[in-house]
Every structure is written in C-alpha cells, then in structure tokens.
Design a protein around this ligand. Structure first.
Ligand SMILES: Cc1ncc(COP(=O)(O)O)c(C=O)c1O
Length: 393
C-alpha cells in the first residue's frame, strides 16, 4: 500500500494536542447572535466580531434578498473582466464618502485587502516598518512584496524612530499599524506614527478592521477618532466585522485605488462579491448613519462588561475597545477556562501561543450592541465561578 505522504501532518496535530492547542471547530446551529446555539447548546456568545449586531439586522436582510432576486447569486467573473456590477461601484462610492477619501476599492476580505495592497504598492527595493502585533494579513503582504521588513516593538514610537533613522535616506518606506489590535483590544499609536510618517516621508497605512463601525463619528474608525484625516495614505477596513457581512476595502487617493485595480492580485485574480453582499454592505453603511443607538449600546455594554471583569479581579490587559482579553497565563489554563465557561453557558474562545506571547494565553471576549445587561451579568457570574474554581482570581 502507498505510504501516506501527508503523514507528517498527523504528527503535527498530535503535537498540538500534547501542547493543549488542538481546537475542534465550534459550530453555530443557527444565526450569529448575542445569545446563540453553539454545538447544540444555548450560550451567551462573546466570540464574534458582530459588534453592532448587524448580521441579523432586518434592513440588511431585506436589501440582501432584494439584490438576490434582482441580480442573482453571483457575478461569474473577476472585477477586471466581467465581474463589476453597478452595485459594486455604488458600494465603493459610499465607502469613500464614509472614510472621507477620494476613492475606495472592495476586496473579497479584509485579509486580501491588506495582503493585496501591501504586496502591490511595495517592491524589492522598498522598506516596511511594522508594529510587531500587526495582523497576519499585513505580515503576509509584506513577505509577498519582497521589501525589507523591519518590525518595531508594540506601540514603541522611540523604537520605530530608531528603525526609520537607520534606513537609507530616500528609500520608499511604508509605516503600518493596526487601528485596534485584535488580541489585546488596544489602539495603534496613530497620532505619533503620523508625525513620524510626516517627518520621514513615509507612506502611512492603517488597518482599521476592528475600528470601523466602533470608533469615530458614525463608526468611521480610528483615523476619525484621532482627527487624522488627510494624514493616512492607505486606510483598510473590513466588511466582515461591524458591517456584519463579508469583504474588505481600501480607501485613499484616486491614484492609489486605480493602481490597485491594475496591480492588486486578489482584485485581478479572484471573483467579485455576490451582489447581495454588496447590497448588504450599502445597507449597513446607511444604518451607521441613521441608527446611532447601536454604537451607543456597544459602548455601554463594553463599559459594563469590562468594568465587571476588572472588579472581579481578572487581568484584562490594556484594552481600550470592546475586545477585552482575560489573561490566564499558560495555554492549557486558558483553554480550560474557555471550556469550563462553555459548559456553564458562555462562549469565549481560548487563544494561546503562538497567536499571543508565551505565558499570556487568554480567553478573548467581545461584547456586541445586542447583548442584554442580563446576558452580560450572567457571563460575569460564570467568569466569577470558573475563575475562582481554576485559581485565576
Ligand atoms: C486586524 C485585522 N485585520 C484584518 C482582518 C481580516 O479581515 P477579514 O476577516 O475581513 O478577512 C482581521 C480579522 O480577522 C483583523 O483582526
């Protein structure tokens, strides 16, 4: 019989099991909601990025259905051949207005927006200066670009300056940060980085995946929150988190966007969004304008839950956003915390090394606008019970 050439993968999986890092996929039995049925169990769901509860908003459902009936289920082509519909153009006009830029372009995901952009606007002779905790899609885009990559310690502006000073004068350089860091929930050091970008003549890029719909006026993101309009050359956002659907986008100057039309590989070589997704996203942008109550509730819930965890004595790190980590320490302890919470009726995913530094394994919680106070209090009671049982508090 033929030996299995993929046998080494089975060994890798065994090693993950030994380290307590093997995770079975949890499966939602129904919709992505604040209280959800996961693996046939009703739980308070603290694991989604559905910040504003838009995954099930009636207006978004209605627009998706209308587009499905009027325009079909798919586009049948990449954007540059036959896959651009008027509804894609409309979404991009709305996104540019939302981000206060000249133009915008939509990608299939936030991941491809980052990776496709970084890899196409930089090349072998250029440099990328990147926060150490930037998202994987930025890291992959940087590798694909073949530029020289220099990483500075998280939010360390002094170190970023030292890196920039050491680069050859005149070398084209991208300075890049996440707007909100997905594992710790803290904000990128945007004003100070924009100052550095001005001083050293860098291209300034921000990945606002977790900030759009959450920070700034009507959810415009951290650039708006910090008053940095006009100082960030490349803004990335996602349509997969607060917007509730799927996709990513880049907002910036007309030339940037036209260049991406010609050179960003996911735009050129992968099929465009179904029209129903574009319609959903347009409706979500309207909701951000007309229904400010969702952002208000998101922040009320964030204060309530974060304050509750801190009052119980948990280490919640340096979060400034609805993402609140509960840092447990070793991988096995964080996974145990997550598993016990699930048994008690709370779904909060465990995250360990190498996604976060060794000894900082955690359960990551994200509240949404649609959690009720009772649901959040129930979750806090479960955290108290399980945290004490495991000796974390
Ligand atoms: C900071 C950050 N950037 C980009 C992405 C990718 O976004 P998407 O899920 O739309 O691909 C994520 C999400 O996983 C993220 O956390």
């Amino acid at each position: 019989m033929r030996a299995d050439p993929l046998d080494y993968l089975t060994h890798e999986l065994s090693s993950l099991r030994e380290q307590g890092l093997y995770r079975r996929l949890r499966v939602l039995d129904g919709e992505q909601t604040a209280r959800a049925s996961v693996d046939h169990r009703s739980v308070v769901n603290l694991s989604s990025n559905n910040y504003l509860g838009l995954t099930t908003h009636p207006k978004l459902r209605e627009r998706a259905s209308e587009a499905l009936s009027a325009l079909g289920v798919g586009t049948g082509s990449v954007r540059t051949i036959a896959g651009t519909m008027e509804i894609h153009m409309e979404l991009e006009r709305r996104l540019a207005a939302f981000k206060k830029t000249e133009a915008a372009v939509v990608f299939q995901s936030g991941f491809t927006a980052n990776a496709g952009t970084v890899s196409s606007i930089l090349g072998r002779d250029d440099a990328i200066v990147s926060d150490e905790l930037n998202h994987a899609s930025i890291i992959d885009g940087a590798r694909l670009s073949r530029a020289t990559v220099k990483v500075f310690p998280h939010r360390d502006i002094g170190a970023a300056r030292t890196v920039l000073e050491a680069l050859p004068r005149g070398q084209r350089t991208l300075l890049i940060t996440d707007g909100v860091f997905s594992m710790d929930g803290d904000l990128g050091a945007l004003p100070a980085l924009c100052d550095l970008a001005d001083e050293f003549g860098c291209i300034m890029m921000v990945d606002d995946a977790h900030a759009s719909g959450v920070f700034g006026q009507h959810g415009r993101g951290t650039i708006d929150h910090f008053g940095m309009h006009g100082r960030v050359d490349v803004q990335v956002g996602t349509l997969s988190k607060a917007i509730g659907a799927l996709g990513g986008y880049v907002a910036g100057s007309r030339s940037l966007i036209e260049f991406l039309h010609h050179r960003a590989r996911p735009f050129l070589f992968s099929t465009s969004h179904p029209p129903s997704v574009a319609a959903t996203c347009i409706a979500a942008l309207e909701v951000l304008q007309t229904e400010p109550q969702w952002m208000e509730r998101l922040w009320d819930n964030t204060r309530f839950f974060k304050g509750g965890l801190q009052a119980l004595g948990f280490n919640t790190g340096i979060s400034e956003s609805p993402i609140t980590p509960v840092i447990a320490g070793e991988n096995a302890l964080a996974m145990k915390l997550s598993d016990r919470l699930f048994e008690e009726g709370v779904f909060a995913q465990g995250i360990g090394f190498p996604t976060v530094p060794r000894g900082k394994a955690r359960v990551r919680t994200i509240v949404t606008a649609t959690h009720t106070t009772d649901e959040l209090q129930f979750a806090l009671d479960c955290f108290r019970k399980v945290g004490a049982e495991l000796g974390i508090i």
